[in-house]
Design a protein around this ligand. Structure first.
Ligand SMILES: [Zn+2]
Length: 607
């Protein structure tokens, strides 16, 4: 294959332009009726056919058979002019300009001068295709506006942009002089259908699941889908099968997502760290993992609700069917909303692994939140848990199993599954001697908070929308902030500090993120490197920082700063609770005993 697929199969007619038929039909009609506008603005995501359609328009306007009623406004695709324009060979009458590289006023002036020249023949049109038009400067737009006010005959401008709102900001008057079309994102089904056609032409066999994977990875862009297919074809021979796609594109195997779902379903929070470490070792992009995992949770939600997820392989669909009772729809919705909220922050974070671990631990403990609430309610003298909740009375020596009866017993297949309950205290004692942990797995990092103080973290109640009766507890706990919300707001807090002129501190704070929060509202920041300058800088603005945080989280009391391994914060700044949660953090890092620590929490609750 000498030509890239995207080039080789570039549409030659309006009818060929996938999905954008609403635009193509209008343009075709305009040409058939001889009512072509002087300027068009084509808006839409990348790779959906904007410049392709602009070229087809240029072909149709300059086709040697234009006006032939049999064509109905389409280009013939065969004449010398059509072929030249289609192939991108230099044509006097079609000028393509990439505004991203020619954005200055000089180019606009040149454009204006050139536009003054008539097309090369009486029956021809001069078509300017300006790609990435939002990159043009205000001055360039002003120059263009003059042309558009008095357009020369048979000159057509086509502006293509992914960001029309920027044009509205810098060149609003232009918008009233162009005919605007909005292009649709291309759905996976349309991408698959096109790939099937192209590969049939290429006489390459392709498995439906494999094409679905490419379509998903292309994320709405036909151009990307075709170049990803090029990439797959370049690696290996024969039929296109899922393994080949995965290897060529470096995708995360669906099995990985299923395995993580199982881990969450079985409450194996301690296994999160090993799994994430393995993904890191395999060089998996965490951002891609988060997106893919979100897709899988959405697919499971569809299955759980009795629907059919369209965008997963048959194999994954079967695997999800087997797990349709593992989660309630409410659990899945909560997981989806947590993952969605995390995403924007995640992309920019330098601590993706930590954030991913925190999220998965949080998922794995979702059911526990309900159990804990039941306990708290019991302590508060309210009615005990409802029928759909595990009944854990304050007097139970050990907590009951999680409510999903379908999952295997906890601690099954785990190294220290035989650890007796009474050993937890020894585990905690041993942890006393361990050095302070460098990383506290955030969301449940404060399980050491004794329930008797009942001022326990509000996350638990916030995350337990299932029970209306938890309200009194929720209200009582409404003070302290939720770690995830803190993490999401962190950029804003840093921006406030920067705006207040604390730029050194703001820079230091960009190297930190909230890693834990306890019931009293003490927030622990984790620095991503042991840097005394950062530490010092944060130290000097602590009071301001607390005020900034309180704008969003009135419950914030104090700030603690934690540095990575090698540097420790002075113990005087740690409360007993913090020491406890650090201890638990050490345990969590030591994967095999993690659940033991969590069980220890429940023992404490019961005491
Ligand atoms: Zn033609």
């Amino acid at each position: 294959m000498s030509l890239a697929l995207a080039r080789k199969y570039r549409p030659k007619t309006f009818a060929d332009v996938a999905v954008q038929s609403h635009v193509a039909a209008t343009l075709k009609g305009a040409i058939a009726l001889g009512r072509v506008a002087h300027a068009y603005l084509l808006c839409g995501p990348r790779g959906v056919g904007k410049t392709t359609l602009a070229r087809v328009l240029a072909m149709a306007l300059n086709c040697e058979r234009r006006g032939d009623p049999a064509l109905g406004g389409e280009p013939c695709g065969e004449c010398a002019s059509c072929r030249r324009i289609w192939s991108g060979a230099s044509s006097l009458d079609v000028v393509e300009i990439d505004a991203a590289s020619n954005r200055g006023v000089d180019d606009a002036r040149e454009l204006r001068e050139r536009a003054m020249y008539a097309p090369s023949g009486d029956d021809r049109y001069k078509v300017y295709i300006v790609d990435e038009a939002h990159m043009l400067t205000r001055e360039a737009w002003n120059a263009l506006l003059k042309i558009l006010e008095e357009p020369p005959p048979r000159v057509v401008f086509v502006f293509a942009t992914t960001e029309p709102q920027k044009i509205a900001q810098s060149a609003a008057p232009v918008l009233s002089r162009v005919q605007r079309f909005d292009f649709k994102r291309i759905g996976p089904a349309d991408i698959r259908a096109r790939l099937e056609r192209v590969l049939r032409e290429e006489q390459v066999e392709a498995n439906a699941d494999a094409l679905a994977m490419i379509a998903r990875a292309a994320d709405g862009s036909m151009r990307d889908a075709l170049s990803l297919t090029d990439q797959v074809l370049a690696m290996g021979e024969g039929a296109i099968v899922p393994d080949r796609v995965r290897d060529a594109l470096g995708l995360v195997a669906e099995d990985e997502f299923i395995a993580v779902l199982d881990l969450v379903a079985e409450h194996r929070a301690g296994d999160v760290f090993a799994v994430v470490a393995r993904l890191a070792d395999a060089g998996i992009d965490f951002g891609q993992f988060l997106t893919g995992f979100g897709d899988m949770v959405r697919a499971l939600l569809a299955v759980t609700l009795g629907g059919k997820p369209p965008e997963v392989s048959e194999r994954a669909r079967a695997a999800l069917e087997e797990r349709k009772t593992a989660f309630t729809a409410g659990d899945l919705l909560r997981m989806l909303s947590i993952a969605t909220e995390l995403e924007p922050r995640f992309r920019k974070s330098s601590q993706q692994q930590l954030l991913l671990e925190a999220m998965l631990v949080r998922f794995a403990l979702l059911d526990r939140t309900v159990s804990l609430e039941a306990v708290l309610r019991g302590l508060a003298g309210g009615p005990s848990g409802g029928a759909d909740e595990p009944s854990i009375g304050p007097s139970s020596p050990r907590r009951a199993s999680p409510p999903d009866a379908g999952s295997p017993p906890r601690n099954a297949e785990r190294p220290r599954s035989d650890t007796p309950a009474t050993d937890w205290r020894a585990v905690i004692r041993d942890a006393d001697r361990a050095p302070a942990a460098s990383t506290t797995p955030p969301s449940r990092a404060e399980p050491g908070v004794p329930a008797a103080t009942a001022s326990s973290s509000p996350q638990r109640s916030v995350e337990s929308p299932r029970s209306a009766r938890g309200e009194t507890v929720s209200q009582a706990l409404a003070g302290a902030p939720d770690l995830n919300h803190l993490v999401e707001r962190w950029d804003d807090v840093v921006a406030v500090m920067r705006a207040a002129g604390k730029s050194v501190a703001a820079t230091a704070l960009e190297h930190a993120a909230p890693a834990a929060v306890n019931a009293r509202g003490d927030v622990t920041l984790a620095l991503d490197e042991a840097n005394p300058i950062y530490e010092q800088a944060i130290e000097t603005v602590k009071a301001d920082l607390v005020s900034a945080l309180r704008q969003w989280f009135p419950g914030v009391q104090r700030l603690l700063v934690r540095t990575p391994e090698g540097a420790t914060t002075p113990p005087t700044r740690l409360t007993d609770e913090m020491v406890r949660s650090e201890r638990i953090a050490v345990l969590r890092r030591k994967d095999p005993v993690l659940d033991a620590a969590i069980d220890a929490l429940d023992l404490d609750l019961a005491d």
